[in-house]
Design a protein around this ligand. Structure first.
Ligand code: ZN
Ligand code: ZN
Length: 132
């Protein structure tokens, strides 16, 4: 993990290492608040602001992608282009393969698109099952 941070030009601090272990070990979607709650007990000196700045740094270094899903800002450990489905009840965020630009409306094909993502929202299978 330390090597990975250095490869992206980041100095190692205990906070950065803790955030990296939480965010980069496996694919996750976490809001700054969720990251703060999960690390608070391990690093009592941590402030929500430090977490936010660390996530922002990681995004600029290309380690994370910031997405806006269901009215929340969430950091995504998968940085390649993909879409999301978001459950409006439990907040689950699931990765989906990216929808292709070829199927985009004709008007957008004359643009040069740098970023594109879609969010499908509704109820996840688990919530649907609970609903009966
Ligand atoms: Zn759900
Ligand atoms: Zn994702």
């Amino acid at each position: 993990m330390e090597t990975r941070l250095r490869e992206h030009g980041l100095r190692i601090t205990p906070q950065r290492l803790a955030v990296a272990e939480l965010m980069l070990a496996e694919p996750v979607h976490l809001s700054p608040q969720q990251v703060y709650e999960q690390l608070r007990s391990r690093l009592p000196s941590l402030s929500p602001n430090t977490i936010y700045l660390t996530l922002d740094h990681f995004e600029k270094a290309g380690l994370l992608r910031r997405i806006h899903v269901g009215g929340r800002t969430v950091f995504d450990s998968r940085t390649e282009r993909h879409d999301h489905a978001c459950c409006r009840r439990c907040g689950l965020i699931q990765d989906l393969p990216a929808s292709s630009v070829e199927h985009a409306p004709l008007t957008i094909r004359r643009w040069r698109i740098d970023a594109e993502s879609r969010v499908f929202s509704g109820l996840c299978p688990a919530c649907l099952e609970r609903e009966g």
